[in-house]
Design a binder for this molecule. Structure first.
Ligand SMILES: O=C(O)CCC(=O)C(=O)O
Ligand SMILES: [Fe+2]
Length: 467
């Protein structure tokens, strides 16, 4: 089981075993297990499993075209941080010096980038998430993105050592080592609560290197900001990605960004800036950040979700679809279940799938919304949170067959978001799994049936499961 993939076992690296959220949490806490180690009560052998560097995540071409398509200004000062002066005086969650950023809210607007650039950024964002997950030997789907941003540090921009999910203290009783939990009540009450205690990991993908300095570093866990604060220095390289867990085991910062002085006097007039795609992760799907669909300049039509609540009857599947109707749903696949093999009535099948999808909805409440339509309740609609698309399951009884038609619906103007497309295939695979379970409960002769063949065919049309 995945529980075996903990700090003490070398299992994860050599086998396909993956960590789930709880065995991951266990691994992180094993770093603080003082029994394991004599070196300052920190289990240093765990550290390499909690951080790392991946180079050449993007090709030189991808980097060049991404950089060329990013806005040269319009970055928002201190985006994602608290700008409250009172907060600043408490040493709370305030932005680093010389820092500005743009998040998905900005990037989804044509004021900032084109739709193609936004799509590319979302694609890179998913690649980075996936790579972080794999690098930490996490099971597919363990990490949800809580915040992603393109960060910019200008000349002089720097980042003091910090942990990403807590404020740290130097614990005098414990060799002046940094810790998240203050033992002195005065310090504890002085400090405000960290705004992101749920963050478990972060990644930073560096995009350019037209500057000097600006190195990332892991900080020494001993007290003081002196010369020895840098423990491990990581020079910035375009296409280099750092990942690390978010606690005090990975105190980190960035050295000041300096202007690059070129010898050939061909100095560009462009201001010095250090660009990165920074992302923070949680394991609770409820905390996943909203991915807005790209906003077209003219955005006058109603969203899918609005239409839906207004008029449930329009949701019945059309038998004849006009190929020129942009609102026509796209059939993804259909599944036939011979009803003489199958004692379960259509209604109980709809019921079973409804219950299954509703439980999925509850497990990922922020992602999908399930509705049931039709007089006999023979259609299930599964709407994605960004309202860019939905899919439907329509159940029909035809002669001696139950037919389930699976369709994708959009508003006919915008394509489904990339996030929708990625999650749709995951959902549809699990719908087919659930259907197969329902069918096997009624003892259908598995191997040779129409049903099994249709399921296999359907799976072939879906992108492969992430494994
Ligand atoms: O830009 C960097 O290299 C570090 C950024 C960082 O640690 C943060 O924003 O939390
Ligand atoms: Fe950080």
């Amino acid at each position: 089981s995945s529980d075996e993939c903990t700090a003490s076992s070398q299992h994860c690296a050599v086998s396909n075993e993956c960590r789930n959220a709880s065995s991951f949490a266990q691994l992180v806490s094993s770093y603080f297990d003082s029994t394991a180690d004599t070196n300052n009560d920190r289990n240093l052998s765990v550290l390499p499993q909690l951080r790392g560097t991946i180079d050449h995540l993007l090709s030189a071409h991808e980097l060049t075209s991404l950089l060329a398509s990013l806005p040269s200004d319009m970055f928002i000062d201190a985006a994602g941080y608290n700008t409250d002066v009172n907060e600043r005086s408490r040493g709370g969650y305030t932005a680093p010096v010389g820092y500005a950023a743009i998040g998905l809210r900005e990037l989804s607007s044509p004021t900032y980038v084109t739709k193609a650039t936004y799509d590319k950024i979302l694609q890179i964002r998913e690649l980075v998430r996936f790579t972080t997950e794999q690098s930490l030997h996490l099971c597919p789907g363990t990490l949800y993105i809580d915040y992603s941003t393109i960060s910019q540090k200008m000349e002089g921009g720097t980042h003091r050592p910090h942990a990403d999910n807590c404020y740290h203290y130097y614990d005098e009783a414990n060799h002046n080592l940094a810790t998240c939990h203050s033992t002195t009540t005065t310090t504890a009450t002085m400090m405000k609560e960290h705004p992101h205690p749920q963050r478990v990991a972060a990644s930073i993908l560096y995009l350019n290197d037209e500057f000097d300095g600006g190195e990332f570093y892991f900080a020494n866990r001993h007290a003081g900001d002196g010369d020895d604060v840098v423990d491990t220095l990581v020079p910035v390289q375009p296409g280099r990605m750092m990942y690390f867990t978010s606690g005090v085991e990975n105190l980190h910062g960035a050295l000041p960004v300096r202007r690059r002085i070129k010898k050939d006097h061909q100095q560009k007039a462009e201001p010095t800036r250090r660009l990165a795609l920074a992302m923070w992760y949680v394991t609770d799907p409820e905390l996943e950040e909203y991915v807005p669909p790209f906003r077209d300049v003219i955005d006058s039509h109603q969203s899918l979700g609005d239409d839906e609540t207004k008029n449930g009857s329009q949701t019945t599947t059309k038998d004849v679809t006009d190929p020129n109707d942009p609102n026509a749903p796209e059939q993804l696949f259909s599944i036939r279940i011979p009803s003489n093999d199958f004692s379960m009535a259509t209604t109980s099948l709809v019921e079973g799938m409804g219950i299954y999808l509703t439980s999925e909805q509850n497990a990922h409440r922020s992602s999908w919304k399930v509705n049931r339509y039709g007089d006999e309740g023979d259609t299930l609609h599964v709407l994605f949170k960004d309202h860019s698309a939905m899919f439907s399951l329509n159940f029909k009884l035809e002669n001696d067959l139950v037919i389930i038609i699976v369709e994708r619906h959009t508003d006919g103007r915008k394509r489904p978001s990339l996030q929708y497309m990625l999650q749709e295939s995951v959902m549809l695979h699990s719908v087919l799994d659930a259907l197969s379970r329902l069918i096997s409960e009624v003892n259908l002769d598995e191997a040779e049936t129409t049903f099994t063949k249709d399921v296999d065919l359907a799976r072939q049309t879906l992108p492969a499961r992430r494994a």
